[in-house]
Design a protein around this ligand. Structure first.
Ligand code: HSE
Length: 305
């Protein structure tokens, strides 16, 4: 077993318009978790986003993910010390939950001395999160396509065209994914599903090879219209940007907006919103383990480093 580990995990934007619960993008905005085995007890410290709001006991999401991982490995741990340095805002559709879960899964696997197994980490993280489209890019980096054959979870990572420059617009208010998912209908018109399937396929081409197709490729009829009542300002901003030719979408379950800018497109300041240009993260989550003496080793889970 290693004695301590440091895990860095990127923010992520899921759906990307038509790719509901399947497509995701890793962004260069990071949370860091440092975890250490202890003689006994649980000590959780949080600085940055969520400090003073998230629980500091066994309900902390990183702790829950670590405990689930230790249990899946059949490992018993006496005590844990955690220091979470969070930058990714909570409840804004930028994958803070996925980041916490992936950090917990990787930290526990590293502390337990488990072999690096991306598939196992992805499966457990997706199970805890309930959908795979944030945990996949968080783990692998880049643009990911996730799918679930026969109850399993798989994902591939693709390189994003260098002309695509993501910009996130983050409002002050949060919205829970649970609330946003609760607004979705049980069924949708077949024609709308068919149009979304075509756009999701086109979006992979647009993000990797033909950024000029991004505006058409990011239209969605499966989730954004149904969620509009919970985030009217988000839909207004998204529509304003799209009318300027910018491929803007609801980021994940919202309420942030993700704009995939190209060429001379830019997103001006929006009063009351944080507008932040972010690079695509191409490496995904990374861990650095220490055995307590002078041994360190570093692993990046993505395959594009
Ligand atoms: N695909 C998920 C949803 C992403 O839209 O509910 C949540 O971040």
């Amino acid at each position: 077993m290693s004695r301590s580990v440091r895990v860095s995990v990127p923010a992520t934007s899921a759906n990307l318009g038509p790719g509901f619960d399947a497509l995701g993008l890793a962004l260069g905005w990071y949370d860091v978790v440092e975890a250490e085995l202890a003689e006994n007890g649980l000590d959780v410290r949080v600085t940055g986003a969520g400090a003073g709001e998230v629980p500091l006991d066994g309900d902390h999401l990183v702790v829950r993910a670590m405990r689930g991982t230790f249990a899946s490995l059949g490992v018993e741990v006496a005590g844990l010390r955690l220091a979470c340095t969070n930058s990714i805002p909570h409840g804004r559709g930028l994958g803070s939950s996925a980041a916490a879960i992936v950090a917990g899964v990787l930290a526990a696997r590293a502390l337990a001395g488990a072999v690096d197994d991306v598939d196992a980490a992805l499966a457990l993280a997706a199970k805890i999160e309930g959908h795979p489209d944030n945990v996949a890019p968080c783990l692998l980096g880049g643009l990911t396509i996730a799918w679930s054959p026969s109850g399993r979870v798989r994902a591939v990572a693709l390189d994003v065209h260098p002309d695509v420059r993501p910009v996130v617009c983050v409002p002050a208010e949060s919205l829970s994914t649970e609330t946003a998912r609760g607004l979705l209908p049980a069924s949708v018109p077949h024609a709308a599903a068919a149009r979304n399937a075509g756009r999701a396929a086109l979006l992979v081409e647009a993000l990797t090879r033909r950024p000029d197709l991004l505006l058409d490729a990011t239209e969605d009829e499966l989730h954004q219209p149904y969620r509009a009542p919970a985030m009217p300002d988000t839909l207004t901003l998204m529509k304003d940007l799209r009318e300027r030719g910018i491929a803007a979408v609801v980021s994940g379950a919202g309420p942030s907006v993700l704009a995939l800018t190209i060429g001379d497109q830019y997103v001006a300041k929006v009063p009351g919103w944080e507008v932040r240009a972010l690079p695509v993260d191409r490496r995904g989550a990374g861990t650095t383990r220490s055995d307590g003496a002078d041994g360190h080793d570093t692993v990046a889970y993505g395959n594009q480093g």
